[in-house]
Ligand binder design. Sequence first.
Ligand code: CP
Ligand code: NVA
Length: 303
Amino acid sequence: MHLLSIEETSAQQLELLIDLAVDLKATRGDHRSQPLAGQTWAIIFTKASTRTRVSFEVGIRELGGRVMFLSKDDIQLGRGEPIKDTARVLGRMVHGAVIRTFSQQDVVDFAHFSGIPTINALTDDEHPCQILADLLTIREKLGGWSGKKIVFIGDGDNNMSRSWMWAAKYLGFELVVAAPKECLPPSEFLIRLNAANVSLTSDPVEAVKGAHVVNTDVWLSMGQEGQMEKEALFGDFQVNKELLSHCAEGHIVLHCLPAYREKEITEEVLELHSDTIFQQAENRLHAQKAVLARVDPYDLLRS
Ligand code: CP
Ligand code: NVA
């Protein structure tokens, strides 16, 4: 089993992973279950990371595995060796790989050519591990997502918004994506998504009316640094106290972090909701342990 995207999952898989994450969180420190014992995993990152890197390194070790971190500059990938060659080499040596990079196709190719379980730790298209942690946080804070109005406000066409849209399609909650019109997902994506419970708007106040969850992310994703014309589009899309006054009582605020204060979120709101936001960050560990516990390299070798 791989985790390459939320798109390729199902409601059943998502529910199962969240249930398992709840369980693993409750039993952390009880090391009777060591599903990765005897395994070595590679973490291959071509973009920066704090949460994802640390949570995977800790999670793999807690499940009994060994881990090696390879930044692109540590390996020949950074000097232009093709991903399919890197995959064919690592696939003969390690038991699984966690990859953060730009192109989704690179992660798909790695999974194909390596033949080992491959986990997408963020591409330009999706951030599936983050969405699992976010769902776990919603389950803990609000008891679940059923009947809830969830809003994603920010870049409507980035890895976070796309993964959220797939999660909404499969899990059936109402999702509103609020973004400047230039940053809404293109029609080809929406046709593929085909989800009546996902709506788009460029009116942030309308979007958050009655919302139970307000979720935001950086305006410029990794690789887009310096795109000042793009950043200038987001003036009305800041998560601040005034905007949140339109939400339902008891609403929560999520941010995958890192956060740029006074841009997509004010310092005031971030600190007011820091309990939830850092619980969300911690949940990366528990959610990813659930993913790691479900992937079985030996299963792939047999298939
Ligand atoms: N949210 C997230 O993926 O954080 P990092 O970039 O620090 O891994
Ligand atoms: N959309 C952001 C997510 C960071 C965790 C980015 O890709 O930089």
